[in-house]
Design a protein around this ligand. Sequence first.
Ligand code: GLU
Length: 295
Amino acid sequence: MSLYRGRFAPTPSGPLHFGSLVAALGSFLDARHAGGEWRLRIEDVDPPRCPPGAADTILHQLEAFGLHWDGDVEYQRQHDAAYQAALEQLVDAGLAYPCSCSRKQWRDYAIYPGWCRHGVSEPDKPQAWRLRSDLGLRPVIWHDRLFGLQHFDPAELGDVVLKRKDGLWAYQLAVVVDDAAQGISDVVRGLDLLDNTPWQRQLQAALGYPEPRYLHLPLIVAANGQKLSKQNLAPALPHDDSAALRRLLHRALLALDQAPDSTAAEAPVAEQLASAIRHWDPRRLSPERHRRDTS
Ligand code: GLU
């Protein structure tokens, strides 16, 4: 049995861009260097945000970069029953509650003030389900492999939504249920998710799941300092131009401080990856929060 099982868990809201390539590559290299497995999970719990075909495009892009995953691709849309069972477990433990409040009602507060904790305020209205962040594991303390000791009080972050009013599952619950169901030992992902981890640790503790190791990677921002995202039109990655692919992979390795020799930029992706797997060392990553992509 493998002691290391990692995963890449993209939301298919569009094709991968350079920032998501770096996250995929970091988790891939960490898994392969450890001789572990690397799984792929498509986080499509929010269909209105996921245009048709985007998931397939991501699969093709990963393959083009030589980032081959183990086992079958998992799709969150097929995991409804598991999320429902987890929600019921939380409700039975008194750690989740229905809430009819709208964002507009609590707009003067930094976080949701918990009005429905002891009974739904307006039972005739649609209801979301929230986590009792005040009753779960507190404080939440863990060690990030790059950013070191983390210490949060989830109650200061608020009662996060687990299931939305429109019936869709929220990322926080889905990611925790799936990581546990898939036996994920190591979560390697972008730094934008570090401050989501306290809720995820609370959920893991409440549901009796093991604690994965965490490595959050610096975020790649555009040369002008802006976040790369589909919203600000970070260019989609090519998947059919091998010279461009090779250079992009090289740039992604540079962004992860895995300093390949500049001549490697022209090498086939399989060759660049084989060398990067051998030499992968996350201690070379500098723990700055943002990394400008100036190449
Ligand atoms: N689906 C999330 C995203 O694309 C990532 C989930 C995770 O790695 O925990 O931002």
